[in-house]
Structures are given as structure tokens and as C-alpha cells.
Design a protein around this ligand. Sequence first.
Ligand code: S3P
Length: 182
Amino acid sequence: MRHIVLIGFMGSGKTKTGKRLAEEAGYAFIDVDKKITSEMKMSVTDIFNRFGEVFFRALETKTIKELRQMEKRAVISVGGGLPMQEQNHKYLKELGTIVYLKGSAETLQKRLEGDHSRPLLAGSNMEEKIRKMLQTREPVYEKLADVTVVTAQQPMKKLIREIHIKCEMFESQYLMKSNSHI
Ligand code: S3P
């Protein structure tokens, strides 16, 4: 089953956009962070504090590996750090079309202001943290993505339409390529 996988930095709108996208397409919506926190019955911050980031990253990998068995078509949103683990790239590709929700540093900063749910942004100087992390993460997101869309430049309805069209185009090329190998 080929799904739609949303990647992008914290605050890029993966959950909100993913929900709308799934609703309109009649797909299921799965948020990997949500799946982890409901299985662990703990918040992401509590998992980080109690077991450490390495443990959380292992849970992310386990979750996307398991999702490959899912039979209902879905939009899957993954946490901003998940694509930074190279071993996850193979699993993400196996899950389906990868859509990068790209946001500028300014947009992300604005959206993340006052947020206390992300342990990696906790403490002082959030702006600097976002800027630095974005520098290392953006090239990875871009390399991994099959489709890229820019968030916060257009109304949600238009963004969803753009994602649909770009995914359809990518999927048809993907199918043509895989059929040519038969
Ligand atoms: C993280 C992003 C978060 C969450 C955790 C770590 C990251 O998810 O997985 O706080 O490393 O970028 P969102 O991208 O959904 O905020």
C-alpha cells in the first residue's frame, strides 16, 4: 500500500495539513508522535526526560517499520527529527510518496513561539536553535522528498490541492517506472 508521508521541521504544519489532506481524500490519518505517546501513555517531553532522546528515536523507527504493514491508505505525519536518522530513509520510502512541508525560518519561529511541547526547543534562544537545526535538517528533507510544497504562502485549501496534484504526478511517474521494469 502506498501512503502519503509528511516530513518537515517542527511547526511546519504536518499535523494540521495531514488531517485535512486525509479527510478530503478519505484516507486514515496517522501521526507518529501521537502513536508513540498514546502507546507509552507519556508526553514526548516526559519520554525524553525519563528515557532520553535515543530511546525516543528507537520508538520512532519501530513505529514506521510497523506502519509498513498497514492496509488502509493513510496520510502519515512524522516528527521533524525522524528523517535525520539515515536508517529511517528506507522505511519512509517504502511507506509511499514523501511530501516535504517547507517553511521559512521566520514562519517556523512565529508558529513555535511560546510552545513548550518540544524538548529540543526548550530553554532560552529558541530562534537560534531553530536557525541552526534548520541548516542541518533542510538539506536532508530536500534530498528525501519526492514532492516539496511551501507552507504559509497560501490558504490551506490551495495547499491541499497542490499536494494532491504533485502527489498524483509523482505517483504516475513512479508507476510508469516500476512497470517498465516488469
Ligand atoms: C522533534 C519533533 C517533534 C517530536 C520531538 C522531536 C524533532 O515532532 O517528534 O519533539 O526532533 O524535530 P513535530 O515535528 O511534529 O513537532
